[in-house]
Ligand binder design. Structure first.
Ligand code: SF4
Length: 351
């Protein structure tokens, strides 16, 4: 019977008869069947998608465009945009620029960056994710209500979030951010408080807080929800009766909602390839979940890192990624496996 050749893009769940080593194809038992599946729920979140779209639009219009920091924690996608003309700069380099366009990525920036742009007549293309922007505003409000030097009009205001705040003396409260110290989003959040917010990186660090003073707890958008709740419980157990404790769940559901999905996905495959830049915060969280349910999970930045040893004896491979992982990169990993294998194109999709 004549064999039907399927296009590569249809092979997401195709059976193949042999696997490869990075150099030589490996012939497996004739009845070995391999299924490769790309997780539909993985890939860019809307914040990253919007930032990249904005960059592409500016570049397509012929603008010279700078981006403050990597537009996404994915080297391959950054390289694709670099080839389109995007120039990535750091804060020091931005200080030297005048009369140019600078894109602010989804992580957001502290107020000082906007002030610098104003001083240097830099046009800001603001791609701060709306979720992050809203969090920045909440923290800024909290800072103004509980820490910032008081103006007479502010004294008359009562916080929606905490009606009791106006009756407390200012300056003693602790605004706490559960997040990764030094992460761009966290710097942007801390910047809303004139750098007075306390950053708690892990549950273990929470004991350094002063439980006799008010605590207002927020979270970086990409942190682990379970750990955030452990921190809340700990503070609730230790806070002094005379102090106020309020927590605000500011974890982005674009990440949190992926957890159960990615766990199910990882659990149903023999091998999981988690495609993600090593700098991605949500990548760390999501990969941690994959590893927790399937110890045969590996984080890779690109197809070139796939080790043929991982593929021996597996029947199903799941390819997934973080909110910073482009779909095309996951497809490239799938196609790389297929291209280095002896594919039986006579088989049909099994889903
Ligand atoms: S993970 Fe959420 S908060 Fe972060 S950029 Fe994406 S949509 Fe925005």
């Amino acid at each position: 019977m004549a064999r039907r050749r399927l296009p590569l893009h249809r092979i997401c769940s195709i059976c193949i008869l042999s696997l490869f080593s990075s150099r030589q194809p490996i012939r497996l038992r004739q009845n070995s069947m391999l299924k490769i599946e790309i997780d539909n729920g993985s890939g860019f979140c809307f914040g990253v998608t919007t930032a990249i779209k904005k960059a592409e639009e500016e570049l397509a219009a012929g603008s010279q465009l700078y981006c403050l920091g990597d537009i996404v924690h994915n080297g391959m996608e950054c390289e694709r945009l670099r080839q389109m003309g995007l120039i990535t700069i750091n804060h020091e380099q931005m200080r030297q620029l005048h009369h140019v366009k600078v894109l602010l990525r989804a992580h957001g920036e502290p107020p000082e960056t906007y002030e610098l742009a104003k001083r240097n007549d830099i046009e800001i293309i603001d791609a701060t994710c709306p979720v992050v922007l809203q969090l920045q505003r909440r923290i800024k409000r909290q800072y103004e209500q509980s820490l910032a030097p008081t103006s007479s009009t502010q004294e008359e205001k009562t916080s929606d979030e905490n009606p009791s705040i106006s009756s407390k003396p200012k300056g003693t409260a602790q605004i706490v951010i559960f997040g990764k110290p030094g992460h761009a989003e966290v710097l942007g959040l801390v910047g809303q408080t004139a750098n007075r917010a306390i950053v708690v990186a892990h549950f273990e660090d929470v004991s350094k807080l002063d439980f006799t003073r008010d605590i207002y707890l927020y979270s970086q958008t990409t942190k682990n929800l379970g750990e955030f709740h452990r921190i809340i419980e700990y503070i609730q157990q230790h806070i002094s009766p005379s102090a106020t404790f309020m927590s605000f769940d500011t974890i982005c559901r674009q990440v949190a909602n992926r957890m159960p999905n990615i766990c199910n996905f990882a659990a149903r495959h023999d091998l999981v390839l988690f495609v993600c830049g090593h700098k991605s915060s949500n990548g760390k969280v999501l990969f941690g979940e994959c590893r927790r349910v399937n110890s045969n999970s590996y984080q890779i930045e690109s197809a070139a890192e796939i080790d043929a040893k991982w593929l021996k004896g597996v029947k199903t491979i799941g390819i997934c990624g973080a909110t910073s992982t482009p779909k095309w990169l996951m497809e490239e990993c799938r196609d790389y496996i297929i291209a280095h294998s002896n594919i039986d194109t006579n088989t049909s999709d099994d889903e």
